[in-house]
Design a binder for this molecule. Structure first.
Ligand code: ATP
Ligand code: MG
Length: 908
């Protein structure tokens, strides 16, 4: 029986023998292609060839592409686990012809491999061809239909024709397209999972598990224009895709992909960890959980390896969703603690030989998964409670539908992806109001978008319209003469016309010295000027091979065709220093922390540099100092920087560091530090694949300082550092603060720390003293007030408490009144004191029983305030007056006693 590895190798060797060049899989995370979150078919990496943007060095290729179908047009997430042949991650084996052979060979060889080499019984195979489409004016693919019976042994009645949905392939709304021919296998009547569906008849494309598609042969021969017309492409391409997992199931005689050696080791490990048994039943919750987790861990390992770490947006969010889904299914196997990360080594065992990158990054991947699992585990249980409440409400609605608001709350607060909520709802026979959910999501996105500036990726136009810009000048000069080739606005690319004053567009030149944002290095800023106008470039980006200068026409106008002078801003020098320093930093980090350090991302701009790298824990302060010193030593040595363009293989052999997962062209630029000529590149102490701009000698970097080190996600650290003028500016600002402090504290700067330490200590002591003094004063006041109470006159049960206190604040006076009211129960109180500004203050308080009898604090204060030459008033319960004549306080208090007595007497 063939192992999966033998099947993969067999496919590749078969086509190599037929003159195909093996092209390694592109990373699953497509760096530089924002139109697609993940590779989802073999053709992704050849897209620019089909579009005619680049021409390959080979005309025939063979590969095994890592694919992820979890988002966008191809999303098989819902199928996973429920059927036995759709995965989120799978390998697509493919053979390619770039204007070389066409339908005949593609059909003949596919048949030869399946039936001849692999020995699949021809009687089990079916073929399909395109039936044509009248509405779309697409002809039937008679050529393929004839070839099937001519070059293979398949009988004519097993070649079926299907419509556009199944058998016509298009890359997008416009561009290359063509008919396809699929090969399906009949797995036998037992495999039908739709027996109970009324009217179901097993057959090709009937949607049951008996007939499944193994291999799709796409024949690209047309080009669809933006008017919808189909033109002859002028070239003929073959693009095929066969699912390795499905072929393995057939060749290993298994009923399910999960029973093959690609999945069984993972399933067995889950059984070991969880103590549950896998029994391979469809429609069984436990078995389903096994399959989902097995499927998802493969996706996680590949996506995280290639650089997508869990986060709240884009790719990162898709990864987070997959992991959370797997975690949720773990609950079905009674797993409440992180365990999915423990499956990483098994996946590496299964696939590490074919994809060495997952071996290299296994530790990192485990760290990331474990920390995500732990984080989600904490909210999952609470989220499940909230879900249950929402589900109970939903069950009472006539439509048995959970509200979009509930689903959104689960998403927003508990991190439940919509598909997870839907799945959990489905288990209870409930639906979810997804349109309301999407509306709420859109609102949130809208708010996020509003905060962002207009991104170039939002320009919608066929990229095949864009001209190629000659931009080698970016490495050589800061200024060049060129011609305006066109411009881009929100409608698309314009080859003619005027750029009006004030308009915000993207200018395209025939040649440019501007560096377009790439590899972490920020796009250049600068100016484009002619006699007739001036354009300020705020950012530079590249789409396909076209450089777009984004910015604003600040003076005059440009016509397409105008001669102009493009000048890069001086900031570029600072960017160069930061870029070369980033290479030094990576080198030093590897020296100090070891080989676990791999670049995960970077930002290099004129202002600062930022370097993200993998490392399981925070570097210590000494390690960071060590790194800084190593970089500085190198800067002092002032060695030269050399750039060599060489074939990729050669660069790899040299040990040049590449960004993990990045797909490089055949020829790459290698930046070597420490050597002065191309011939010595092997001896450079730092060698990196890099397309950025660099200084000629590292002495000019001028200085280096790490200003921040932090963690940005599990296993990933970030260092922010400064060089050159940026560093000088930073140090100057700090120095100014030190100078100011020195003046303020009246000590030289060396004594500043000592002085501040002393001040802090004094402060601590004083605070303590003050607190106890306040406490003391408080109890003194209360004692004084109590004495007033003891000595006071009474009329009936009511106390007339008047007198002086040795306090200075109204606050203390109020506290005393509150205390007296409580103690005396029925009282009219007037207190007098001098405040801290030496003003006479009178405070009056009245208990409620006396207020009912007509005595009011406010009234009393009004009568006595003039005595101290002041004014005042307040509420019946509490009133206050302030005045200048402190010597009259006692007189005022005496008057108060008299007034209260009279009023009380009246009231009796
Ligand atoms: P299906 O109709 O079975 O979903 P498809 O039409 O989406 O297949 P293609 O896009 O033509 O498939 O992909 C080419 C081949 O890749 C298929 O013939 C199949 O063998 C395999 N394949 C496609 N999707 C998956 C998947 N989700 N899991 C595993 N293999 C897949
Ligand atoms: Mg599909």
């Amino acid at each position: 029986m063939l192992s999966a590895k033998q099947i993969r190798d067999g496919f590749i060797d078969f086509f190599k023998d037929k003159g195909h060049e093996f092209v390694p899989s592109s990373p699953i995370v497509l760096i530089g292609d924002e139109t697609l979150l993940f590779a989802n078919a073999g053709m992704n990496q050849f897209k620019d060839i089909f579009l005619g943007l680049v021409s390959p060095d080979y005309t025939r290729a063979v590969n095994s592409q890592k694919c992820l179908r979890v988002s966008g047009k191809h999303n098989d997430l819902e199928e996973v686990g429920k059927d036995t042949y759709h995965h989120t991650f799978f390998e697509m084996l493919g053979n390619w012809s770039f204007d070389d052979y066409f339908k005949r060979e593609a059909i003949e060889w596919a048949w030869e491999l399946l039936t001849g080499v692999w020995g699949i019984e021809p009687g089990r195979l079916w073929a399909t061809v395109f039936a044509g489409d009248k509405a779309d004016n697409l002809p039937r693919d008679d050529e393929a239909a004839k070839l099937w019976t001519k070059v293979t042994s398949i009988p004519a009645d097993r070649v079926l024709a299907f419509g556009k949905k199944d058998n016509f392939w298009e890359m997008g709304d416009t561009g290359p397209c063509g008919p396809c021919s699929e090969i399906h296998i009949d797995l036998g009547p037992d495999m039908c999972d739709k027996k109970k569906v009324p009217g179901h008849k097993c057959g090709v494309n009937s949607g049951c598990g008996r007939f499944i598609e193994l291999w799709n042969l796409v024949f690209i021969q047309y080009n669809r224009t933006d008017k919808g017309e189909l033109l002859d492409l002028g070239a003929k391409y073959v693009d095929t895709g066969a699912g390795l997992e499905r072929i393995a199931a057939v060749l290993q005689n298994k009923k399910s992909n999960y029973d093959t050696d690609l999945f069984m080791p993972i399933i067995n490990r889950i059984a070991e960890i969880t103590g549950h048994k896998y029994t391979a039943r469809i429609n069984n919750d436990t078995d389903n959980a096994f399959r989902v987790i097995t499927d998802h861990i493969r996706s996680l390992v590949f996506a995280i390896t290639d650089g997508a770490t869990p986060s709240n947006e884009g790719r990162g969010y898709v990864i987070r969703r997959i992991l959370r889904r797997a975690s949720r299914f773990g609950r079905k196997l009674e797993m409440h603690e992180p365990f999915i990360y423990k499956l990483v080594p098994v996946v590496v065992d299964c696939l590490g030989d074919a994809f060495g990158e997952i071996k290299e990054r296994a530790d990192f991947v485990s760290t990331v998964i474990e920390s995500e699992e732990a984080g989600f585990g904490r909210t999952l249980d609470r989220g499940i409670e909230i879900f249950t409440e929402a589900a109970e409400r939903a069950a009472k609605t006539p439509e048995r539908t959970m509200s979009g608001d509930d689903a959104f709350q689960l998403y927003d607060t508990y991190g439940f992806p919509l598909d997870l909520t839907e799945l959990m709802a489905e288990e209870r026979g409930l639906k979810v109001d997804t349109s309301k959910f999407n509306e709420l999501m859109e609102g949130q996105r809208e708010r996020a978008r509003a905060a962002q500036k207009f991104p170039i990726s939002d320009f919608r136009f066929p990229i095949s319209d864009l001209p190629v810009t000659e931009d080698v000048h970016k490495y050589k000069t800061e200024s060049c003469d060129s011609r305006i080739a066109g411009f881009v606005d929100s409608d698309g690319f314009k080859k003619t016309g005027q750029i009006k004053s004030g308009s915000e567009v993207g200018v395209v030149l025939d040649k440019t010295c501007f560096y377009a944002e790439a590899g972490g290095q920020a796009g250049d800023c600068g100016t484009i000027e002619s006699e007739g106008g001036k354009f300020i470039v705020e950012d530079t980006a590249k789409i396909a091979n076209c450089v777009i200068h984004q910015g604003r026409m600040t003076e005059g106008t440009f016509e397409v065709g105008d001669r102009v002078k493009a000048t890069v801003s001086k900031d570029r020098d600072a960017t160069k220093k930061n870029h070369t320093a980033t290479h030094l930093l990576q080198w030093a980090l590897q020296q100090v922390l070891g080989k676990s350090v791999a670049q995960q991302g970077s930002y290099v701009g004129p202002d600062y540099l930022r370097f993200d790298f993998t490392h399981p824990k925070a570097p210590t302060a000494e390690q960071l100092k060590d790194v800084e010193n190593k970089v500085r030593e190198k800067i002092t040595e002032d060695s030269p920087v050399t750039c060599v363009v060489m074939p990729k293989d050669k660069a790899q052999k040299l040990g040049a560091m590449a960004l993990f997962g990045e797909k490089y062209e055949k020829d790459v630029r290698v930046i070597g530090i420490g050597v002065g000529s191309e011939g010595q590149i092997t001896e450079a102490f730092s060698k990196e694949f890099c397309g950025g701009t660099h200084v000629d000698r590292i002495g000019s970097i001028g200085g280096f300082k790490i200003i921040k080190e932090e963690s940005i996600s599990a296993g990933v650290r970030r260092i922010t550092a400064l060089t050159g003028d940026g560093l000088t500016k930073y140090l100057e600002e700090r120095n100014n603060i030190v100078d100011e402090l020195s003046v303020m504290l009246k000590v030289p700067f060396e004594a500043l720390v000592g002085r501040v330490v002393q001040l802090l200590e004094d402060n601590k002591k004083l605070t303590k003293q003050l607190k106890s003094a306040v406490r003391q004063a408080g109890s003194d006041t209360m004692a004084e007030a109590k004495q007033l109470l003891e000595r006071c006159e009474k009329i009936g049960d009511s106390h007339i408490i008047t007198g002086r206190l040795s306090i200075t604040s109204v606050e203390q006076g109020r506290e005393a009144i509150d205390m007296l009211k409580k103690k005396a129960k029925s009282a009219a109180i007037v207190l007098g004191f001098k405040d801290d500004e030496n003003k006479a203050t009178l405070l009056a308080g009245m208990t409620d029983d006396l207020i009912k009898k007509g005595l009011k604090a406010g009234d009393i204060v009004k009568v006595i305030a003039p005595i101290i030459d002041g004014g005042g008033g307040g509420r019946p319960q509490m009133a206050q007056a302030g005045g200048k004549k402190t010597e009259k306080i006692d007189e005022a208090l005496a008057k108060a006693t008299k007034v209260i007595k009279e009023k009380l007497a009246d009231a009796q």
